[in-house]
Ligand binder design. Sequence first.
Ligand code: UT7
Length: 362
Amino acid sequence: MTNSIITGWGKCLPPTVLTNHDLESLVDTNDDWITSRTGIKERRISHVGTAELATLAGKRALAAAGIEATDVDLVSVATCTPDMLIPSAASLVQDALGATNAGAIDQNAACSGFLYGLITASGMVQAGVIDTALVVGAERLTYFIDFTDRGTAVLFGDGAGAVVVQATDEPGGLKASDMGSDGSVANILWAPGSGTATNRMELQRNHHLQAIAMNGPEVFKRAVKAMGDSAADVVAKAGWDLDDVDLLIPHQANVRIIDATARRLQLDPAKVFVNIASYGNTSAATIPIALTEALESRRVTPGAKIVFAAFGAGLSWAAAAWEFGSRVEPLGTTDEELPPTDGNVMTLLADNFAYYGGGPAT
Ligand code: UT7
């Protein structure tokens, strides 16, 4: 069977920062609570749409892989916050990249979406259906955040990450995978008015139906179990011992969930990659952003055995045992950047406050 390895990686974080101190002027919260309960210090608010974030992360991943957009057979975008439902974010990204030989598909498994995309694209490469895929996780979650709800306002942020997976004879790539879902508890993390199920008159009366609503403690409990079990499952299926694992790259939702997952796996905390302090929870984007930063900080060595694990709305979960290839340096870079913004976070959120209510206390 052909192997499918990661040959390129990239991220795109919009520059405008919303700090814990900024949040203190929006809801009844404080830096100490947010830091100790979540590990988050700041998050980014995007001034551009999801597809634009995804496109720049994708361009950076293509440059790192040293390939052209026309070499890509499939653009897979994991997102639960696309610019629009029709067409897919992936089609917008495919066009913006000039990936004229690629098919394009969105995958929505919320925070598990990037792993669903990585596993399905890698499976297609291994089966010989395609040679090269660009797999992106991109979100503009703060569009759906009600900044009067302190249970969600402090957690989420915007951003994108991407990888290129390619067919190779080199050893490595996807060694084992697990994907799961329990839709019976869909309502513990949802945005019920974000699709066609809601009566339009009701939505007009209650905009909050469009915002992400969550039973945090319930999600927390299930997340620890789902991520831990799924990660342990792929380690066993790959025929690895836990000692073999070089790095766990978990979904970044809450540092306490990450710590509990590592404890469940009895994994040395030094082997766990955590960057939640800087970006909060960017849903499908956390893992490709974290992988990119792990490569940038040389935490990924040639042939490294990596476990990816995620959970999210659905509830959905996924894990992958992944052996990295021999190249951990990018082949190239691009100097493209997002269009400029004045970086005033409260101005950027004004539209959100006008819709859901709230705004800085004066
Ligand atoms: O990708 C999946 C996305 N979702 C998640 O990963 C969420 C998983 N859940 C969590 O991360 C945690 O449940 C939260 C961070 C959301 C909440 O932390 P918690 O430790 O479960 O707190 P809690 O909801 O049990 O609340 C504890 C206390 C309550 O006050 P009382 O009743 O003890 O007086 C809350 O009202 O903390 C209060 N509280 C806050 N205080 C300050 C809840 N949110 C806040 C806040 N600031 N933002």
